[in-house]
Design a protein around this ligand. Structure first.
Ligand code: F6P
Ligand code: MN
Length: 351
């Protein structure tokens, strides 16, 4: 017999006393909203909601009409939850308080309502990413600083992917489960229980148009992949880039691989393109829960103490062996070359 998301959540609710019932209702509301977003994406060409809205979001990026539509759907779909104190979104400069009475033990929701939204115009996959944090017992009202928690503090993370099928992939901190939307019944059905990422892979995902801006360890890693069987890796690699993080991470959860959006020397102060709190952290939580790894190259993404709501970060995530190799290359690049150090020491003692 198949398991629906509703019964999966109901079982968790009765067996897990870490969270109140309303927390599970919140996950249910997010799933319902993702179903509504799937329908909005599906109908976008018919409804005239493809293309640009003619405005920019807080990061100066062009907002698509559907970015705004889906942001509203997420806000409305989660507004009436008893334990949700406030929400933050890629599409909103500031946090939005839900108006619910502030009590201890409440939650904060962060989301990217339509990840990879440019893909909508070409009928390619897009997604919704979300992350749930506990709201610390600080003074009322909730403020932006309440959201600045490291990824390790997440209690739930997930995404919906709107592709050939709509799927919802979820972690509550004890593994990753994938549900497929049955369009006939309207239910999400557990089709991918306990998803795990193979430790080794021959597939990488990176926007190679940025090659000339990468730092040395990333160039070294990709050069070695491209050298294939003739190079130091002694095997051929394959490359995939959907240009929607949700879709690239989904592929990695299903068959392994590594996804990189490294720091870019064009804008060194930006530390990457992806947003820490509602893109990198939830995806890192899912990837780690599926047995993979997620790093900036220098440190574990989920250990980073955020300093701003829309902070960006470098991300390298996926199959464990590859992310370990990438972090080793970064460590080696950060160390002085031993021969050079010895030569300098020699010179110093001679004079
Ligand atoms: O949200 C940012 C994002 O759209 C990701 O979903 C995606 O991985 C990346 O940007 C695509 O970047 P680029 O435009 O460099 O291909
Ligand atoms: Mn995004």
């Amino acid at each position: 017999m198949s398991t629906s998301l509703s019964s999966f959540i109901a079982t968790r609710c009765t067996t897990d006393d870490r969270h109140p019932v309303a927390f599970y209702q919140l996950i249910h509301s997010i799933a319902q909203t993702c179903r509504a977003i799937a329908a909005a994406v599906d109908r976008s060409a018919l409804a005239g909601t493809t293309g640009s809205a003619g405005v920019a979001n807080v990061q100066g990026e062009e907002q698509k009409k559907l970015d705004i539509v889906t942001n509203t759907l997420m806000l409305e779909g989660t507004a009436n939850n008893d334990v949700l104190a406030a929400v933050a979104s890629e599409e909103m400069a500031r946090i939005s308080r839900t108006g619910q009475a502030r009590k201890a033990g409440q939650y904060l929701l962060l989301f990217d309502p339509l990840d990879g939204s440019s893909n909508v115009d070409v009928n390619a996959p897009v997604g919704t990413i979300f992350s749930i944090l506990r709201c610390a017992d600080s003074t009322y009202p909730v403020s932006e600083s309440d959201f600045l928690q490291p990824g390790t503090a997440q209690v739930c993370a997930g995404y919906a992917i709107y592709g050939a099928a709509t799927m919802l992939v979820l972690t509550l901190g004890d593994g990753v489960d994938g549900f497929t939307l049955d369009r006939d019944s309207g239910e999400f059905v557990l089709t991918h229980p306990r998803m795990t990422i193979p430790a080794s892979t021959r597939e990488f995902a990176i926007n190679t148009a940025n090659t000339r801006f990468w730092e040395a360890p990333v160039n070294r890693y990709i050069d070695e992949c491209l050298a294939g069987a003739n190079g130091p890796r002694k095997q051929d690699f394959n490359m995939r880039w959907v240009a929607a993080m949700v879709a690239d991470v989904h592929r990695i959860l299903l068959r392994g691989g590594v996804f990189l959006y490294p720091q870019d020397t064009r804008e060194a102060s930006r530390f990457g393109k992806l947003r820490l709190l509602y893109e990198a952290n939830p995806m890192s939580f899912l990837v780690e829960q599926a047995g993979g790894m997620s790093s900036t190259g220098h440190e574990r993404v989920m250990d980073i103490q955020p300093h701003a709501l829309h902070q960006r970060i470098a991300v390298m995530l996926g199959s464990r062996d590859e992310v370990e190799r990438l972090t080793a290359y970064h460590q080696q690049a950060a160390q002085p070359v031993p021969d050079l150090v010895n030569a300098l020491r020699h010179l110093w003692t001679e004079y």
